[in-house]
Design a protein around this ligand. Sequence first.
Ligand code: SF4
Length: 240
Amino acid sequence: MICDFMPVSLVDYPGCVAATVFVAGCNFRCPYCHNSSIIGGTGSLLHDSPGGYEPGEIIDCLADRKKLIDGICITGGEPTLWQGLKDFAAAIKAEGFKVKLDTNGSRPEVLREILEQGLVDYVAMDVKAPVYMYSLFAPDEEDILNVQKSVDIIMLHGDFGGKIDYEFRTTVHEKILGLHDIEEIGRWLSGAKRYVLQGYKYSPGVLDEDFCGTKPCDVTFLKKASAVISKHFKEVLIRS
Ligand code: SF4
């Protein structure tokens, strides 16, 4: 279910003026999640709830904004859990917009299908932590295996197929990830085109506010992390 819609964003789609669509429900429980109000109790509950926007309403609104926006960012929650994702992405493409998908990578079969069908131009996949720490974020062990499959699928389509642009990105909270953990992520994703370190920033409604606190991630730490892993990637960016 589409639960929210932002008509213009300058930050959600690199290089594009975009509209952002929020899909409700998520199967992960990241302590620093900013969208805790839309992730739901079980991930599927919110998808079945009434309310929100019909995809057609969003498409109509976008069709009126063709001169203003270049692309649409589909984010969440976790959009790949939504049954309507493929049809929605296809409808957006048919209107001539570029599509960016934000994902936690837990549904590789959905990702593969939409990439093979050319329904997405840019994928931003969260890599939460090294594999040995993933259970902090993903309650279901199978999802951890799925994340590893999604990394391979994205690199295959992005680097060898060359048809999509992509980034892997990690939200860095110093209580959760140390430099050695970030180094391990670097080894895992080695060879990827673009890796983004996003410093934790507090906002009201963070899922585990007591644990995460209000202090933003130290930029010096992000720079150290970037230096440690830069050899693994063509490009490392810091978003603080
Ligand atoms: S994967 Fe994203 S939406 Fe889901 S809990 Fe984590 S930060 Fe929130």
